[in-house]
Design a binder for this molecule. Structure first.
Ligand code: NI
Length: 172
């Protein structure tokens, strides 16, 4: 497995729309293994392929609590089939917008369909943190970031904060 660099705002690749995976192969699984390792190392709880510069409809996630066994989840070509009107706020963050957190409202429950690690089709309802995370990650596949829901002022401030931190990193 290989750690891949995570793109941060304002990288234009993050605004790109990802494409469906046509066939689940060993290459797809290798990409998902790399994504999971990259996500764990960050550390984060969700990562979309576009965040490592691969614009394909693939997401990895692990919502297990810190002291519990890892519980990796893989989503290929996820779709939202249904959702409830009820919205819930959650303080979100994103590996592509490091050290920025803000409250976002999203549907409390969503019905999703996707292919798993082995290419098997799964349909299920997601709720709680699972619902928050899958909606956040699926936004990435459409080139949407959680800061896009904030005011322009807050969004610009977030991007500047990330750029400044990146520059400091580069300067060592
Ligand atoms: Ni994100």
């Amino acid at each position: 497995m290989t750690l891949r660099p995570i793109l941060t705002v304002p990288d234009p690749v993050l605004k790109q729309r990802s494409k469906p995976v046509t066939e689940v192969t060993d290459e797809t699984r290798k990409l998902m293994d790399d994504m999971l390792e990259t996500m764990y190392a960050a550390p984060g709880i969700g990562l979309a392929a576009v965040q490592i510069g691969v614009p394909l409809n693939i997401i990895v996630m692990d919502l297990a609590k810190e002291d519990d066994e890892p519980k990796p989840q893989y989503f290929i070509n996820p779709e939202i089939l249904d959702l409830v009107e009820e919205q819930k706020p959650y303080e979100e963050g994103c590996l592509s917008v490091p050290d920025v957190y803000d409250e976002i409202d999203r549907s409390a429950r969503v019905k999703i369909r996707y292919l798993d690690y082995h290419g098997k089709e799964i349909t299920e309802w997601a709720e709680g943190l699972y619902a928050v995370c899958i909606q956040h990650e699926m936004d990435h596949l459409n080139g949407v970031l959680f800061i896009d829901y904030l005011s322009r002022l807050k969004r610009n401030r977030a991007v500047k904060k990330v750029q400044k931190a990146e520059k400091l990193k580069e300067a060592g």
